[in-house]
Design a binder for this molecule. Structure first.
Ligand code: UT7
Length: 362
């Protein structure tokens, strides 16, 4: 007897495919304006010592008035295309929590400004997990044969949504963008992305929010919307605990899918939330501290930009080398989390961690 018809989504296909997305370009860009802990301490009830001890952050970059997420994304995207040696992609994906406008998405204008009008372009909204979700989306487009090359940009301008007088959040977040180019290749090539673990828990929706301004609570003129409800809010302590447990679990799940152990990981590149979180997750995984890549001291928490900025920093410093096994893990609002394992490819090595303003050198 032939087997009967199975349910439309059954059985799950877990076998590796012969077509994979391969990392072939990387760049980061941060706006030139630097805000130090000392500067924050002059107008908020905080101190350099408190910020460094509780978060490991020393400074962050912020946009100038009038500068938006797409401006950051274009700078990083242009440099990533150059790093990949290409000026053509089939899709542009922008991971962001701070789109230029609620409507439309930011990706189409970024694509057009990069000379990529006509390419598919959409945003991914998964807060600080956005880059890993974007990576999975881009990898899926390539694996399915929908695209040959994808530009993925993680870009955020948190200074647009964080209340500058909120000392708990103003000290943490910075603005910036990091970008990668992915091309179609083989799963066994260096740079092939995957395995992935992605997850969410919407029961934690209230832990990280901007309360007003969406369809649940439109921020219409004339209606009472408090300053607090118009800004980013985070239950720091609860988020801290979830970040550690969820990131460790996601990293482990990814290693299990790939049939690897933590000690097989040369570089662990977590979302740069807070140095204490990074250290706690690294310890949970049983990894030595020096396997954890961190640039949180110099850029703060840059949301969806944080993993590509950390990668760009590590690549420029020669920390991450071709053939190294790299594990990316993120956690963010939603709640959302995700991880991806890859072997580092022979990329063009950036001469500095990330550019800060100015024109691209010819
Ligand atoms: O990227 C998305 C994921 N986000 C994160 O992963 C962030 C997770 N959370 C954190 O990083 C930490 O919870 C924070 C950095 C936000 C806060 O650190 P904490 O060690 O959890 O401090 P806390 O909120 O428990 O506050 C301790 C004390 C409080 O004073 P009392 O109530 O003990 O008198 C705060 O009012 O520190 C006070 N405080 C500050 N003091 C000086 C809070 N912020 C500041 C500040 N400067 N900036």
């Amino acid at each position: 007897m032939p087997p009967g018809p199975s349910a439309p989504c059954d059985p799950p296909i877990r076998t590796p495919q012969d077509r994979s997305a391969v990392l072939c370009g990387l760049a980061g860009w941060v706006p030139p304006r630097v805000v130090t802990n000392e500067e924050l301490s002059r107008r908020l009830d905080t101190s350099d010592a408190w910020i460094r001890t509780r978060t490991g952050i020393g400074r962050r970059h912020v946009v100038e008035p009038g500068q938006a997420t797409s401006d950051l994304a274009v700078e990083a995207g242009r440099r990533a295309l150059r790093s990949a040696g290409t000026d053509a992609v089939d899709a542009v994906v922008v991971a962001t929590t701070t789109p230029d406008r609620p409507c439309p998405a930011t990706a189409p204008v970024v694509a057009s400004r990069l000379g990529l009008t006509g390419a598919a372009a959409f945003d991914v909204s998964a807060v600080c997990t956005g880059f890993v979700y974007g990576l999975a989306s881009a990898a899926g487009l390539i694996a399915a044969g929908v695209a040959e090359r994808v530009l993925l940009i993680g870009a955020d301008a948190y200074s647009a949504i964080v209340d500058p007088d909120d000392r708990a959040n103003a000290i943490i977040f910075g603005d910036g963008a990091g970008a990668v180019v992915l091309r179609a290749g083989r799963p066994d090539e260096p740079g092939a992305v995957g395995h992935f673990d992605l997850g969410s828990d919407g029961t934690g929706e209230e832990m990280i929010t901007v309360a007003a301004g969406g369809s649940r609570w439109p921020a219409r003129t004339g209606e009472e919307v408090s300053r607090e409800d118009r800004h980013f809010a985070m239950r720091g302590k609860e988020v801290f605990r979830h970040a550690v447990t969820r990131m460790a679990a996601s990293a482990r799940a990814t290693l299990a899918l790939a049939d690897r152990k933590a000690e097989d990981v040369d570089h662990f590149v977590p979302h740069q939330a807070n140095l204490r979180i990074l250290r706690a997750v690294t310890e949970e995984l049983g990894l030595p501290e020096d396997r954890c890549v961190s640039n949180v001291e110099s850029v703060g928490n840059t949301g969806a930009a944080s993993i590509p900025l950390a990668l760009s920093d590590a690549a420029a410093r020669g920390v991450v080398r071709p053939g190294d096994r790299v594990l990316l893990t993120a956690f963010g609002g939603g709640l959302t989390w995700g991880s991806c394992l890859l072997t580092w490819p022979a990329l063009h090595r950036p001469d500095r961690p990330y550019d800060q303003g100015g024109e691209l050198a010819p």
